[in-house]
Design a protein around this ligand. Sequence first.
Ligand code: RP5
Length: 167
Amino acid sequence: MTSTSLPPRVGVVMGSRSDWETMEHASSVLAELGVAHEVRVVSAHRTPDLLFQYAEEAVGRGIQVIVAGAGGAAHLPGMLAAKTRLPVFGVPVQSKALNGMDSLLSIAQMPAGIPVGTLAIGRAGAVNAGILAASVLALHDPAIAAALDAYRSRQTQTVLDNPDPRS
Ligand code: RP5
């Protein structure tokens, strides 16, 4: 699935269909910012060969940033980063057993030399991973830069317009 008919520039991948409830927030904000992206389930443990293939082919397919979400033994972002030089932003999915602390530590504690930019657990992390991916593309894309500026202005104005938390 791609968000537009344009070739995807961001790959939003996740370890399981069950991660979509979290990762759809990354996809939504990318769509809002006009960033062509694809969405895929790629499991580090259940489909390891697909993981390697995805990472190895990503640059050649025009993907410029990868947003990867996983929960529990969340090895997907780190293994993608091990196999591609593209920036990888990792989203720790909130696991049932340990509330996402397992996911967070699995994604954050990478060895020196293979970085994963690790976001917050859950929805906030997914939204911010999408925004960060757009920010990277905005360095060389004026339309995405303008969309990001407008997004931030709307967000600020919404807070300013609603100062009373009781109403
Ligand atoms: C991880 O295991 C996935 O990223 C998911 O968060 C977790 C559970 O997967 P399911 O058993 O729901 O498919 O690999």
